[in-house]
Design a protein around this ligand. Structure first.
Ligand code: ATP
Length: 662
């Protein structure tokens, strides 16, 4: 669909009163929002009962009403988009498996009348570039998220705004955050609103050891999973944390974390990283990949006993971890703080949507470990706040996502930066639960004589998640959702494809007495963090989310994942349902399969179900999911060949589980 804005139609900010008819959707900014369970919904100037809640609590219960509808925002965000990031980007992305292009398109679509706010549907598309962090490509004319131009939140416009909107103009191609100009510098362009959000450190040092998931009854079963390791001179795996080379301080923090034994990926990855090797590590969702890379890196810093390095106002971290979403960056930083607790190791986090000056001030104090989203990191490097000259470890978490077309240019820029230590001098580590072969090929150029570790079938879902797929029409989805959620207190993530539908559903559920919140790329960072906090703390028990929450998030007590809309790619499905059933806990995933738009997923979905020993419904087989599974299409093997390493590779047979382990 055409995702351009019609600049001629831009209405300026004062249009905050009255109804604007926009692509079939009525906005009555600053007023209430009436969600109808029967079909169309609209902004309703007479109904102020369920407006956007701009209070710190991110639920949809507020009576505030204000905030939505700012067409002025649209002007800011919209224009750069047309000539900037625009179409080339979409085309590029579309080449990769899993339909990133479709994702992007979908994110930009108005829903059909039956399932959206609009009366006529299809109006003002906005190509969002997905919900992941994508700031930072402006310097290349891609403009990050430049110019999405959705009729946005006028109420917040002058308060805070994501720095990663790109902020370009229609002539110059959007974006341009990396032109080397400091915030506020006068270059003749319209002033860019600044992010002023200073995130609070919600997880205090005292809470660090209680915020992660306690392993479940199936934890020991992880040892049954076959592990394939290829590469030259592969070190032997660990048998326990205690018998490893890890330093006593680290062992103490591991114990305080409640980890009694390493997971399979930890058993293999820790010695490989300690031995100075590069690594491509693939293991199921919720199987402890974060600790697998953090522990050996922290060990190395502890061993060196060096203070954090700074050079004037420039921070020279030893470890850089890059994550595709802000919330995942926050989480990885919390894990790093936990393992480094009470030691000399200093950790910092930098991500978009927050005050640049605040994070710059934190970073310039120096840190050993810097966890960041790519755009903010690249920005800091470009501006000289961070240098890669001391980097010993460079980690790409969710590496396949980091190397798809959305982020690849930024990753290439970072790894090709003049200050970056050379391949072979630094250790480069990549982790994910999914690793398509074409992405493995790309990854190879950043790695040096790496070891490949695959725990289980890469790209497969955890068998601890009971998966169900229901055949529905789009008109039945809402009723089905209410049926599933009514009366249950299960902590649930409901995934949808579009940001606007996330908001719509969260409101709709709340109006049906199912307290909900939402997270997606159009919410302010403050709201995104609040929404997650509310779920973690049980203040809300339903989180309606776009793909921004699909990867990496580790939230205690998520029992159910619902794919209200199925994703376009099977990898995304695997990551989404992996928000439950983590570290040996059981969970369930229910997907609503609408044949009119999900047909392409039928085959891959049936394979995933079969691999996990789940029932494959007839309608999936009939829709094209009748064939057998093929693990290789999910990157289940080393692209260098199963024999790579000339006989030094080995396959770990599943361990015998002793009775007392259960
Ligand atoms: N050895 C262990 N024993 C017990 N719990 C562990 C162990 N290792 C990790 N965990 C816990 O398991 C949970 C999942 O770990 P983590 O988030 O690293 O998974 P992951 O493999 O990175 O998942 P994803 O693919 O979804 O990102 C966390 O709460 C973590 O604290």
């Amino acid at each position: 669909m055409d995702d351009d804005w019609d600049d001629g139609a831009v209405v300026s900010a004062p249009a905050m009163t009255g109804i604007i008819s926009e692509g079939g959707t009525k906005f009555s900014a600053g007023r209430g929002y009436k969600a109808s369970s029967t079909g169309n919904s609209e902004w309703d100037s007479n109904n102020a009962t369920s407006g956007w809640d701009d209070a710190p609590s991110s639920g949809y219960q507020g009576n505030k009403g204000g905030g939505r509808g700012g067409r002025g925002d649209r002007e800011d965000r919209g224009r750069g988009h047309r000539d900037g990031r625009g179409r080339g980007n979409r085309e590029d992305r579309g080449n990769f498996r899993g339909g990133r292009r479709n994702d992007n398109d979908n994110n930009g679509e108005w829903e059909t009348p039956s399932d959206s706010w609009g009366e006529n549907g299809n109006g003002n598309g906005f190509s969002s570039g997905g919900d992941f962090e994508s700031e930072g490509r402006g310097g290349r004319g891609r403009g990050g998220r430049g110019g999405r131009g959705r009729g946005g939140r006028g109420g917040f416009r002058n308060e805070e705004r994501s720095n990663d909107w790109g902020g370009g103009d229609s002539k110059n191609g959007g974006g341009g955050r990396f032109g080397g100009k400091e915030d506020g510098e006068d270059d003749g362009a319209p002033p860019k609103p600044r992010d002023i959000y200073v995130p609070e450190e919600r997880v205090t040092d005292d809470d660090l050891f209680t915020t992660t998931i306690t392993s479940g009854v199936n934890f020991m079963k992880l040892d049954e999973i076959e592990v394939k390791v290829t590469g030259e001179n592969v070190p032997n795996p660990l048998t326990s944390f205690q018998s490893s080379e890890l330093r006593p301080h680290l062992l103490k923090n591991i114990e305080k974390s409640g980890y009694t034994k390493p997971t399979p990926i930890q058993k293999y990855a820790i010695p490989i990283i300690l031995a100075g090797r590069d690594l491509m590590g693939c293991a199921q969702t919720g199987s402890g990949k974060t600790a697998a890379f953090l522990l050996p890196m922290i060990n190395k810093i502890l061993a060196s006993q060096e203070a954090p390095e700074t050079d004037g106002n420039t921070c020279n971290p030893k470890v850089v971890v890059v994550s595709p979403t802000r919330e995942l960056a926050i989480q990885i930083n919390e894990q790093a703080r936990k393992f480094a607790h009470n030691s000399i190791v200093k950790c910092a986090v930098a991500y978009g949507g927050t005050s640049v000056s605040h994070q710059r001030n934190v970073v310039k104090e120096g840190c050993h470990i810097l966890v960041a989203t790519p755009g903010r990191l690249n920005d800091f490097v470009t501006r000289g706040h961070v240098s890669f000259s001391s980097v010993q470890f460079f980690v790409l978490d969710e590496a396949d996502r980091m190397l798809d077309m959305g982020f690849l240019p930024t990753v290439e820029e970072m790894l090709g930066h003049a200050s970056m230590t050379a391949t072979g001098e630094r250790q480069t580590l990549m982790f994910s639960a999914t690793f398509p072969e074409e992405i493995q090929h790309l990854a190879g150029k950043f790695l040096h004589n790496y070891v490949f570790v695959a725990v289980g079938i890469v790209g497969s879902a955890s068998t601890d998640v009971t998966q169900e797929v229901h055949l529905v029409t789009r008109f039945e989805k809402r009723t089905k959702l209410i049926e599933m959620l009514k009366g249950t207190k299960e902590r649930t993530v409901v995934f949808v494809e579009t940001k606007r539908n996330a908001d719509f559903l969260a409101t709709f559920l709340s109006e049906n007495d199912i307290q909900s919140t939402s997270i997606h790329g159009d919410r302010l960072q403050r709201e995104r963090e609040q929404a997650l906090w509310d779920i973690k703390k049980g203040i809300r028990h339903i989180l309606v989310a776009t793909g921004v929450a699909a990867r990496g998030l580790d939230i205690e007590g998520i029992q159910h994942v619902i794919n209200y809309d199925l994703p376009k790619s099977i990898d995304e499905y695997v990551h989404r349902i992996g928000r439950t059933g983590r570290v040996g806990n059981s969970g369930k995933a229910t997907s609503l399969f609408d044949e009119s738009c999900d047909r392409a997923l039928a085959g891959p979905l049936a394979n995933i179900l079969r691999q996990a020993g789940q029932n494959v419904p007839d309608f999936l087989s009939n829709a094209g999911g009748g064939g057998g599974g093929d693990s290789d299409i999910f990157g289940g093997r080393d692209i260098r060949g199963d024999d790579f390493g000339k006989g030094q590779n080995f396959v770990q047979q599943p361990a015998e589980i002793e009775e007392e382990d259960w």
